[in-house]
Ligand binder design. Structure first.
Ligand code: CDT
Length: 313
């Protein structure tokens, strides 16, 4: 029996510092209603959906940092999102800053959750590849303090049986790393959901700026094709607190082809009816891992510690 899943990539325009979670949730609910009209069963929201991208600011006061986090999910501000999604019979993937009180301490992660159509949280992912830096670097036009405000995710890259398929998640910078897709690919993933906040300027490497669109596409298309999986990449785009960010949300098929793409850098929903079996021909031929992968040879590669030095001239 064919397995189709209609997925909506719910791109968000900027969320400024003084925008309340309540206002943001109103925008998310508008997306859900539009998704319903478009026949979506699953809607994907961006990384840190509920607030502005706060790691751009140095905040020495931990209480100020913690105000950007969610201690409960759903909490008072997000409960209406869960209720509306359930009423519409739509599931969703939501990125947010997760605060966990555990063993008398506090842990903080850049997280996304997968919520089924009945409102149950059926999957969780905590961002592994945290970009940026941990100390204040005043020379930058804006900070990128993910390494300060979040711990490295401790859940690996789980793949969940949900929505009639095998679903994985990753977050923003994770999409640039082949390991992200391959670890999920080895579990048979059929659709990878990912949200991103990508500034168009990379302070330590401004020569990359002009390639932002290309790199975004390159990594998602390669990840999809090399693992025979759908990839749904969803941006928070536009100019947020003076920082222009990449939009270009897109849905990539297991062939590596882009089948749906946002045209604006604001709130915009793009949808596609995904055949969850479309990856099968890749997984059973070119990328039949059992037949063609050579893990014994890969083990000969010693895990490198420290930088690679250029050859002496
Ligand atoms: N949020 C996030 O992970 N942003 C990073 C910026 C890194 S600069 C290339 C990203 O990979 O888009």
């Amino acid at each position: 029996m064919p397995r189709y899943l209609t997925v909506g990539a719910a791109q968000m325009g900027p969320i400024q510092r003084d925008h309340s979670r309540r206002d943001v949730v109103g925008r998310l609910i508008a997306h859900l209603r539009e998704a319903r009209r478009m026949g979506c069963e699953l809607v994907v929201f961006p990384e840190l959906t509920l607030t502005t991208f706060f790691p751009r600011w140095w905040m020495p006061d931990q209480a100020e940092v913690d105000a950007w986090f969610e201690a409960d999910m759903p909490g008072p501000d997000t409960a209406p999102l869960f209720a509306e999604a359930k009423a519409l019979g739509i599931g969703f993937c939501l990125g947010y800053a997760e605060l966990v009180r555990q063993d008398g301490g506090t842990r903080r992660f850049n997280t996304s959750i997968l919520v089924e159509r009945d409102g149950r949280i059926v999957g969780k992912y905590r961002k592994v590849h945290l970009p940026g830096h941990a100390e204040h670097e005043p020379w930058r036009q804006f900070q990128h303090l993910e390494k300060r405000y979040f711990e490295v995710g401790d859940l690996g890259f789980p793949v969940y049986r949900a929505f009639g398929g095998l679903i994985g998640m990753c977050i923003c910078n994770d999409r640039r790393w082949p390991e992200t897709y391959r670890v999920m690919g080895l579990q048979g993933v059929e659709i990878v959901l990912l949200g991103y906040n990508t500034p168009l300027h990379n302070p330590p490497a401004p020569d990359h700026d002009e390639h932002s669109w290309f790199h975004n596409q390159l990594v998602m298309q390669a990840g999809a094709y090399q693992n025979g999986t759908w990839v749904v990449g969803v941006a928070k785009g536009g100019t947020e607190e003076g920082v222009p960010s990449l939009a270009d949300s897109q849905i990539v098929a297991p062939s590596g082809k882009v089948v749906a793409r946002a045209a604006s850098d604001g709130d915009e929903l793009v949808a596609h009816r995904c055949d969850l079996d479309a990856g099968r021909s890749y997984k059973t031929t070119t990328f039949n891992f059992v037949v063609h992968r050579q893990p014994d040879q890969y083990r000969m590669i010693v895990e490198r510690k420290g930088a690679v030095e250029p050859p002496a001239t």
